[in-house]
Ligand binder design. Structure first.
Ligand code: DX5
Ligand code: ZN
Length: 213
């Protein structure tokens, strides 16, 4: 299991040290939540701060866009060359065009599904993306309660990946902790995002280790 700490729950007054600490504690990726105050009722950070986050990090960035007008934000963040750049399928009319654009710029494209969005929506997309991020909370805030129906969605997505011979990875984001990690692992998750569970703990290495099954 790969672990991507979400800096949404980090101390932003001490961001570079927080990022360095989770990198040293065993993080595989640094998850960055970009929110525009329109697609979700919260507003976070833009490329200036994400650039500083990248400089502090020894691990690749995993940028999760929760925004309207996705192509505009994609072009703002592509120059930062994250490992993954993901956007919500619910908000994009031409996802395949945008996926190609991201890939052409040397970044792995990823699609995000809200908790209510069915896996069937991915049928004609799955072979074009490197990762699918399944939300296990309603996007917008850290520290929310895990929505258990994501477990069935992971299994269904795993089946679709298998059937289509895709190499796409499955990431789960929201309410991940030491209690639900085994279930996520058994269902087929490859990467978990965790904000509150890691950053509210006293020992980042210990909490990351608890998620690495
Ligand atoms: C929610 C974000 C998550 C959030 C996860 O909209 O996409 O990445 O930071 O935080 P926790 O792990 O606290 O639910
Ligand atoms: Zn996220």
């Amino acid at each position: 299991m790969y672990v991507a700490p979400s800096i949404l729950s980090a101390d932003f007054g001490n961001l570079s040290n927080e990022i360095k600490a989770v990198c040293e504690a065993g993080a595989d990726l640094i998850h960055v939540d970009v929110m525009d105050g329109h697609f979700v009722p919260n507003l976070t950070i833009g490329p200036l701060v994400v650039k500083a986050a990248k400089q502090a990090s020894t691990k690749p960035l995993d940028i999760h866009l929760m925004v309207e007008n996705i192509p505009f934000f994609v072009d703002l963040f592509l120059p930062l060359q994250p490992k993954f750049l993901s956007f919500h399928i619910e908000e994009e009319k031409h996802p395949l065009r945008l996926i190609s654009h991201i890939r052409d710029n040397g970044v792995s494209p990823a699609i995000v599904l809200n908790p209510h969005t069915p896996i069937s929506t991915l049928k004609h997309i799955i072979q074009e993306v490197d990762m699918v991020l399944l939300m296990s909370v309603n996007p917008g805030f850290g520290g929310q309660k895990f929505i258990p129906s994501v477990i069935e969605k992971i299994k269904e997505l795993k089946e679709l990946i298998y059937k289509t011979n895709s190499t796409c990875m499955i990431e789960v984001d929201g309410g991940v902790n030491g209690l639900n990690i085994s279930e996520l692992d058994e269902a087929g998750a490859d990467i978990v995002v965790a904000g509150n569970y890691i950053f509210s703990s006293n020992d980042y290495a210990e909490s990351i280790k608890a998620l690495k099954l």
